[in-house]
Ligand binder design. Structure first.
Ligand code: SAH
Length: 219
């Protein structure tokens, strides 16, 4: 376990939770899940002391673990229910999947880097989050064998809305994703699928690593 008393920023778990509340996260179940998942298990060893600061941090394969506020915000906006099955595209460290796993029946998370997927899988297993399945592959294809999903969350920035994923969303389902140029301003878009079609809502501005096609070559 990390010694939070040695945290140079003085940002321990208490401050972490206060920051989320101060920034407007109010869903009690989401706050409980954020409080419960030990972020220090998901960051790189040399970032341990920064685990509870409100910023994204580098992980292996040139990727990042998202900022806690953005994880909490997207989780809140996803409006999950206990019986939901959720698809996450972009497992990364597995942190967002871990938070979701505390709130829903099942999380299927897909990652294009085998290295990241395997590390996340073993981390989630160690922590006992056994309702998460980590899949290696191109999330742009979704996971057709497990579709439709009640909720879909994409944690890498898309330049356009991936229609294949919209097709794997259940009726009444919600999909959240950052949309925008890879090196520019992106925003979180919330799509809701209803009988008559799909409605779109623009949420906050964000900065995510790019959503890229194909499974990654091994590093
Ligand atoms: N949700 C992660 C943050 C991941 S960063 C966490 O909580 O740690 C975005 C991740 O999306 C990266 O690991 C990247 O490799 C992955 N990614 C990008 N494009 C992808 C694609 N087409 N399919 C699956 N994963 C993808």
């Amino acid at each position: 376990m990390v010694e939070l008393s040695q945290d140079p920023e003085g940002v321990g778990r208490m401050e972490f939770m206060l920051t989320l509340r101060r920034r407007g996260i109010s869903d009690q179940a989401v706050l409980r899940a954020m409080d419960e998942v030990p972020r220090e298990y998901f960051v790189a060893p040399d970032s341990l002391e920064l685990a509870y600061g409100d910023h994204a941090l580098p992980i292996a394969c040139g990727q990042t673990i998202s900022q806690p506020y953005v994880v909490a915000y997207m989780t809140e906006q996803l409006a999950v229910r206990a019986h939901h099955r959720v698809l996450e595209v972009g497992t990364g460290s597995g942190y967002q999947a871990a938070v979701l796993s505390r709130l829903v029946r099942e999380v299927i998370s897909i990652e294009r880097y085998r290295t990241l997927a395997e590390a996340a899988r073993s981390r989630l297993q160690t922590l006992g989050y056994d309702n998460v399945e980590v899949v290696v592959g191109d999330g742009l294809n979704g996971v057709p064998d497990s579709a439709p999903f009640d909720r879909i969350i994409i944690t890498a920035a898309a330049e356009a809305i991936p229609e294949t994923l919209v097709a794997q969303l259940a009726e009444g389902g919600v999909m959240l994703l950052p949309v925008g140029p890879h090196d520019g301003a992106q925003e979180i878009i919330k799509l809701t699928k209803m009988n008559e079609g799909v409605t779109q809502q623009r949420l906050i501005g964000v900065r995510f690593v790019p959503l890229l096609p194909g499974q990654a070559r091994e590093l």
